[in-house]
Design a protein around this ligand. Structure first.
Ligand SMILES: [Zn+2]
Ligand SMILES: [Zn+2]
Length: 192
C-alpha cells in the first residue's frame, strides 16, 4: 500500500505530529506512517544565519524515501531559510516526492506571546497540507481561505484552512499520484 510518511526531527512533539498526520489523511486520503526521529542534516546548518538551509534538508529527506512512500513530509522545529528569503515556513519540490515544514515560526512564543497549542496545531495542519499540495502539482492559489494560498507571515497562515478550495480540489484529484484515492466528498459551504 502506498503511504505518506512523516519524517520528524528529534525535537518535534508527538501532539504536533498527530495533528500533521491527521490533516494529511483527511486532505489526501493516504494512510500515514511516521519515520524514526532523526537529527537535522548537519550540512544544512548555516552558522552565520543561525538557521538551516531548507534545500539541504529536502536533499536529506530525498535520500531516505521508503519504497512504499508516495510522499515524505519532513517536520522540524528548526528555523529554515532559502537564499534570498529571511525565512520559510516550509518548502516542497513541485511535483516531487519530498516536502518540509518548520514549526519554529508557527509557535506564538517565537513572537513573544504565550504558547497556544490549539493555534499551533491549526497552523501545522495548514502548512503541512500546503507543502504536500505542491508535491501533487498544486501552485499558489488566490483564495485566501484555500490551503494553497501563499503565506508570508503567520496572519496569512491563520486565514487559511487545511483544505483546498473547489478549484484546487479538482486539480488535486487530477494529479497522477492521486488516482488510487477516492474522490473528495462534496463539502457544504458557500464561501468557495
Ligand atoms: Zn507554497
Ligand atoms: Zn485553491
Amino acid at each position: 500500500m502506498r503511504r505518506v510518511y512523516t519524517a520528524p526531527d528529534e525535537r518535534v512533539e508527538a501532539v504536533v505530529l498527530d495533528a500533521v498526520e491527521g490533516a494529511i489523511g483527511a486532505c489526501f486520503g493516504f494512510p500515514v506512517r511516521r519515520l524514526a526521529r532523526a537529527l537535522p542534516p548537519a550540512v544544512a546548518w548555516d552558522e552565520r544565519r543561525n538557521q538551516y538551509e531548507s534545500s539541504g534538508f529536502l536533499r536529506d529527506l530525498a535520500a531516505r524515501i521508503p519504497l512504499d512512500a508516495v510522499r515524505v513530509l519532513g517536520v522540524t522545529e528548526r528555523d529554515l531559510f532559502l537564499p534570498g528569503l529571511s525565512f520559510v515556513f516550509g518548502q516542497a519540490i513541485l511535483g516531487g516526492r519530498v516536502a518540509l515544514i518548520s514549526i519554529a515560526r508557527l509557535q506564538q512564543a517565537f513572537y513573544g506571546f504565550p504558547p497556544d497549542l490549539p493555534l499551533l496545531l491549526e497552523r501545522v495542519r495548514t502548512e503541512a497540507v500546503h507543502e504536500l499540495g505542491h508535491t501533487f502539482g498544486l501552485v499558489h492559489c488566490r483564495d485566501p481561505l484555500c490551503m494553497m494560498s501563499l503565506s508570508t507571515d503567520v496572519t496569512r497562515v491563520d486565514a487559511k484552512r487545511p483544505q483546498p478550495c473547489r478549484t484546487c480540489a479538482i486539480l488535486l484529484h487530477e494529479s497522477d499520484d492521486m488516482v488510487a484515492v477516492e474522490p473528495p466528498s462534496t463539502r457544504s459551504g458557500a464561501d468557495e
